[in-house]
Design a protein around this ligand. Sequence first.
Ligand code: MV4
Length: 515
Amino acid sequence: MFRKLLIANRGEIAVRVIRACRESGIRTVAVYSDADRNALHVRMADEAVHLGPAPARESYLDIPKVLQAAKRTGAEAIHPGYGFLSENAVFAQACADSGIVFVGPPASAMRILGSKTSARRTMEKAGVPFVPGSTHGLTLEQARVEADRIGYPVMLKAAAGGGGKGMRLVKTETELASAYENAVSEATRAFSNGEVYLEKFIKQPRHVEVQVLADSHGNTVHLCERECSMQRRHQKVVEESPSPVLDDGLRARMGETAVRVAQAAGYVNAGTVEFLLDADRNIYFLEVNTRLQVEHPVTELVTGKDLVHLQLHVAAGGKLPFEQKDVRIQGHALECRIYAEDPDNQFFPSPGLITQLNEPAGPGVRVDSGVYAGYTVPLDYDPMLAKLIVHAGTREEAIRRMERALSEYVVGGIKTNLGLFHRILNDAEFRSGNMDTGSLDRMLSMTPTASAQTKNKEIQIAAIAAVMFAMRSNSHGGRTKPTANGASSFSSVASHGQTTEPSGWREAARRESLR
Ligand code: MV4
């Protein structure tokens, strides 16, 4: 195993990797920018190297600076986390050329999968079902012919894209020329590569992804699926495993297909195979994310496998310590992504000083957080603060556990999306388990009714009361005494909105949660 590893990332994922390293006796090197001098990952690592100014181009994305930090500190391996350099084949190749282990797939697999057209050609050869359409970049004239062949509506996509960038829906031939020009120019600007291709448009698809894991000895397994349809503008908000819409047959077929995808690309390490599932339950390969994903914890909780430990193990040349038949799903896991953003103002980022922080705990609750009370969230990077993940026996129990954990969660000083999850978890489509990628937009387009707002406020008040109750039990080392009318301090707080012993912390929590 490695003696020292550099984490080329920040925030909760850097912290997550540092924790796994500490458990394995691996020394850790953090890197940071001017904006991250006081960041949690810097405090938690054994060593830290300053990279440069706040803009990612001059710090976290600067390949020579990151490599130099690894060489100077004697790190034998680099974990890229997600985002930043994690899917950059040039970086993976540069690590290999410098004799540093990149904790991720070989650069060759990243090149095959990084181009959506080359990925589609590879899957065509391997007999993997993919969305009907072209497997090469197209001129406008070729696009016209191809669109006529597969039938409108079609989607124009950037070959270098992924995650929704450079995509255009084309409903009729009259829209094709202008959509083509737009897609090419957007792709050129975003990826310095204007190659676009066509796919048949799948209406209201569900987004289901399969976690795969491969070692360098030819063994590949899948760790079942995650359902990620609850998203807004290609930003996932709630994820879960297993998917409520898969049965064992479809799960096995998707898993086997994902393993075939990985093998066809020469994949090693952890990766995610994305599928679209249409209304008739057809599955279509979409793309591979060649990194550890934000939502990996839901897979860890239901399979009992630690993905970061496994990534480190296979990157160091180890064999997979289990076989496919040993992978089973236990119970149900849900994840809520906590963002510093304002749901009442078009989800604009809301950076600033975190004045109060109470992260939930208790049975079946995990918080992967990159922040602490007194930390100032910078505006330079993604505004995700933390992930709240719960595990329980059934989906219903997991939803109730998530509501309980959310009721304990207090983030003061900045706006967050915490208040949104109660609505999502009680949304009829979400409850049914039959969501698609339009479900969250439909929910958000319905302004909450006055009664729903009243209900929300009641729940918020109950949430603060629950936190106060917990604090009180802690500080007094015992139960809360009933009040004269027989109610506990819980209902007393709920009805009067104040405690008998006002404290700075409680008052701040009350102000935050009532906002
Ligand atoms: C599609 C599609 C419908 N038909 N492709 C968006 C992100 C990128 N990974 C692929 N995406 C889509 N591709 C065809 N041929 C609909 C989407 C899509 C979507 C996919 C996954 C998760 C959320 C989504 C939201 C809107 C559209």
